[in-house]
Design a protein around this ligand. Structure first.
Ligand code: ARG
Length: 468
């Protein structure tokens, strides 16, 4: 054997020459996976504790290992840890340091374990915590939306289809539509968490281990709900990361839709809302500008999250069982997805409760575009006219409005009676914006009373999540 064998490598035994310097950099993941140090150490502590209970490690050895690992965690947190690219990843950095600290007993930690089950365990522990943090921020955003909906339960704006004025709605109702989108996301995150919180540890490299391990002990110490059933699947499965990115893509898609409306509504052309100054920036050339940068960025960031979903799907496509080094590529897309979603949710949670509402402009816009035309048709139907005929009659009235530049509510009773003689003065209640929204007074409708009832249900939902 040559003396050139890589001295610092934990796997150096069978090698005759040191790793090529470029290859060392190329294959290392410590630059990004050091982020998993806390989970890596927690996993090792649980593993050593279990090995001692199973009689594979002596109690004393396990104690030294646990104390050493805790000290390493303190060192990392205090910035006293020298990360080495030569040691490739977080797992071998921590393990090598352990042996430096506690001596040869540190070399016993990796008994009955592989980096393959170790890394899968670390990512799952990490993602589980991040899902909990993400859900909390999501709920903070949702609580802000409920507050906004309560305040603006009676504020009338035009509802749109095809981005054309359709029917009047209340602003509170629109905000609660956002709430519903996010509520589904919350459910998907919790559902994803169930499959994240399954423990691969014990699968070792791929086939399990010959030591008498008790995986239920490790799982309980680490707070896992379940143990992965099959060792090959345990080390190769990254479905949970893909699921998270798919869920995150839906979150970002929803945020991009909200963002788009904020951008449109804060424009001079709509002027429905004002974004707080501290969430906007100016232009270096146009002194008058106040740009909606935060919603625009959130809208733009949806792209990278969709990209990460496709990256992970492509990463896993056609991979033979069990672990392959390809899987090291799972971390950066996953980390960036988690960061992007958390930051975007936070930006909206901070900003949305402080939206300025320009109720007068919303109202004026709702008065344009014949938003109460359906209400007139419904009025005629209540007088006995078939809906299709009523649609035709109102269409003619709208044409007069277009030609004379007036809304239906601005016409005289005589003019309206020309379209249907049964119309009487009470028609103007129906043609008013308040009358129109108040009439939609059923579960899921836009009436202020329904919006208030919906905010009560939303509060109850939020309270129920806290309790869980
Ligand atoms: N750094 C590796 C990863 O992120 C850890 C597992 C490596 N396992 C191996 N047999 N090379 O996937």
């Amino acid at each position: 054997m040559s003396d050139d064998k890589p001295a610092d490598k934990l796997w150096g035994g069978r090698f005759n020459e040191p790793t090529d310097a470029f290859v060392e950099d190329f294959t290392a993941s410590v630059g990004f996976d050091r982020r998993l140090y806390r989970q890596d150490i927690a996993g090792s502590i649980a593993h050593a504790t279990m090995l001692a209970r199973a009689g594979v490690l002596s109690e004393d050895d396990a104690k030294s290992i646990v104390t050493g690992l805790e000290a390493i965690r303190d060192d990392i947190e205090a910035g006293r840890f020298d990360w080495s690219v030569g040691l490739e990843d977080v797992h071998m950095n921590v393990e090598a340091r352990l042996t430096e600290r506690v001596g040869d007993v540190g070399k016993r930690l990796h008994t009955g374990r592989s980096r393959n089950d170790q890394v899968a365990t670390d990512i799952r522990l990490w993602l589980r915590d991040e899902i909990d943090i993400t859900c909390a921020t999501l709920r903070r955003l949702m609580a802000g939306l409920v507050g906004l909906a309560e305040r603006e339960a009676e504020t009338i704006m035009p509802g749109f289809t095809h981005l054309q004025v359709a029917q009047p709605v209340t602003f509170g109702h629109h905000v609660l539509a956002w709430f519903e989108m996010l509520k589904r996301d919350h459910g998907r995150l919790l559902d994803c968490r169930k499959r994240v919180n399954v423990m691969p540890l014990g699968a070792a490299a791929l086939a399990g281990t010959s030591y008498p391990i008790d995986r239920t002990v490790t799982a309980e110490l680490l707070g896992f709900d379940d143990v992965a059933e099959n060792s090959l699947d345990a080390v190769s499965d990254r479905d949970f990361a893909i699921e998270y990115c798919a869920t995150a893509s839906l979150v970002m898609m929803h945020l991009s839709r909200i963002a788009e409306e904020l951008v449109l509504w804060s424009s001079a052309q709509f002027d429905f809302i004002t974004l707080p100054d501290r969430f906007c920036t100016g232009s270096s050339i146009m002194p008058q500008k106040k740009n909606p940068d935060v919603p625009e960025l959130v809208r733009g960031k949806s792209g990278r999250v969709y990209g990460h979903l496709v990256s992970l799907l492509t990463l896993m496509k056609s991979q033979p069982l069990a672990y392959n080094k390809d899987n090291q590529e799972d971390k950066e897309p996953l980390f960036d997805t988690v960061d992007t979603v958390k930051d975007s949710l936070r930006a909206f949670a901070d900003m949305l409760p402080e939206l300025g509402i320009n109720a007068e402009r919303m109202r004026a816009a709702a008065r344009q575009g014949f938003a109460t035309a359906t209400d007139l048709a419904d009025y005629l139907v209540r007088q006995g006219m078939p809906f299709r005929d009523a649609h035709e009659v109102v269409g003619k009235a709208v044409r007069l409005g277009v030609e004379s530049g007036r809304d239906l509510a601005d016409m005289t009773l005589e003019e309206l009676q020309r379209f249907s003689p049964t119309i009487s003065a009470d028609v103007f209640d129906v043609l008013s914006l308040e009358g129109s929204v108040a009439a939609r007074d059923h579960l899921g409708g836009t009436a202020p009373a329904q919006v208030r009832a919906a905010t009560q249900r939303a509060h109850a939902w939020l309270d129920a999540q806290q309790e869980e």
